[in-house]
Design a protein. Structure first.
Length: 177
């Protein structure tokens, strides 16, 4: 009995089985690669859409942040304006108090020509019948509760129709009111 044709046929069948197994494995691997690629593509697409959504939200929040910063700047400006207005209101009342105090400390023989306030100091120009009236005026300022540090800057005699008169320039500080 000759076993060679049977072995040859078995060899061909094994080759075909091996080839079929390899083809099935390759097909399975190709399908697996395709499915993995598709799955990754879907995941990448989802991630891209999520990134786009987040970028839109971030740009929206950036716009809101700019609006908030603008509002904060406006708030600071408004607070500064309110502070200025409050300071002006306080100074307005202070000016009235200064004039009330000036009326109380001015001797009867002194005439004021000019009163000017610059921050914490008040400059005065006026006429007096004598130097002692100016001296009395300065002493009254020193005794005052809200007026302080009177300084005589200049005093000079002027000739008027009725005779000589002393023109003086002085300033003083305004204390706490």
């Amino acid at each position: 009995m000759n076993l060679l044709p049977w072995r040859g046929a078995l060899k061909k069948r094994r080759k075909k089985q091996n080839l079929a197994t390899v083809l099935v494995a390759v097909s399975f691997a190709v399908c697996l690669v395709v499915f993995v690629t598709l799955g990754l593509g879907i995941n990448i697409a989802k991630e891209k859409s999520a990134v786009q959504y987040l970028n839109k939200k971030i740009s929206s929040l950036d716009k809101h942040l700019l609006e908030i910063k603008d509002l904060e700047i406006k708030k600071i400006e408004l607070i500064a304006k309110i502070n200025i207005l409050q300071k002006l209101q306080i100074q307005r009342a202070d000016t009235a108090k200064i004039f009330d105090e000036l009326v109380a400390v001015i001797p009867t023989d002194i005439t004021l020509l000019n009163v000017r306030r610059t921050s914490g100091r008040v400059a005065i120009t006026g006429f007096a019948n004598s130097n002692s009236d100016v001296s009395q005026f300065m002493k009254n300022i020193e005794r005052s509760v809200i007026l302080d540090n009177a300084r005589l800057l200049e005093i000079e005699q002027q000739v008027l129709d009725s005779g000589l008169i002393n023109q003086f320039y002085m300033d003083f500080e305004v204390g706490s009111i």
